[in-house]
Write a protein that binds this ligand. Structure first.
Ligand SMILES: [Zn+2]
Length: 199
């Protein structure tokens, strides 16, 4: 899959919207991204998973690991296509941790997969948790890179598509200056749900 094909699929499914939005952080953005929408159709998830797995078929990956919740669907799909086991990390009191009885072997070769990398924080925290448990993290991957290629997670990293969307303050947003109202994606008039999981 080319980068354009990935982004077109995201646009078709409504996972990637262009316009004038206010994100959960309160900051304005010309792009709204919600990977969960892009992964609803299992056929799409399978294709994204294959495209990512193809990068790692000759790297003797033992296990794929993903930070919950965002990495679960695509991480599982990549692991399935590589024919290796899958586990996840999750935050406990803010610290990314291996829970649920998951364990790793010394020097186990692990690929960390996330849906979207923005700062790389979740992937880095997952890498730290796995290394602290004795594993060898050999690479990281995501469907989308929102950092414009800048996120450094300390291991080689692959993404299917890169977005270069600089964060702007409300004072810097041209649409805000023109007085245009920003949309909160996913919000409803009767009961606005939390936008904490939007990126
Ligand atoms: Zn604005």
């Amino acid at each position: 899959m080319t980068s354009d094909e990935v982004l077109d699929r995201f646009k078709q499914s409504g996972a990637l919207l262009e316009g004038h939005f206010v994100l959960s952080s309160g900051l304005p953005s010309s792009v709204y991204l919600q990977c969960a929408i892009a992964l609803q159709e299992t056929r799409d998830a399978t294709e994204f998973g294959k495209a990512l797995a193809d990068h790692f078929r000759n790297q003797s990956i033992d296990t794929v690991a993903a930070p919950a919740i965002g990495g679960l669907v695509i991480g599982y799909e990549v692991a399935r296509q590589l024919g290796v086991r899958f586990l996840w990390t999750e935050r406990e009191h803010g610290v990314m941790t291996l829970r649920r009885g998951f364990s790793v072997r010394p020097e186990e070769r692990i690929l960390v997969v996330e849906d979207v990398i923005t700062t790389g924080g979740s992937t880095r925290d997952t890498i730290d948790a796995l290394r602290n448990a004795g594993a060898k993290v050999v690479a990281a991957a995501s469907i989308i890179d929102r950092s414009g290629g800048a996120a450094d997670v300390g291991v080689p990293r692959v993404s299917l598509a890169t977005l270069n969307v600089a964060a702007v303050s409300p004072g810097e947003c041209h649409a805000c200056r023109r007085g245009e109202t920003a949309i909160k994606p996913g919000s409803r008039k009767d009961n606005s749900p939390s936008l904490n999981d939007t990126q």
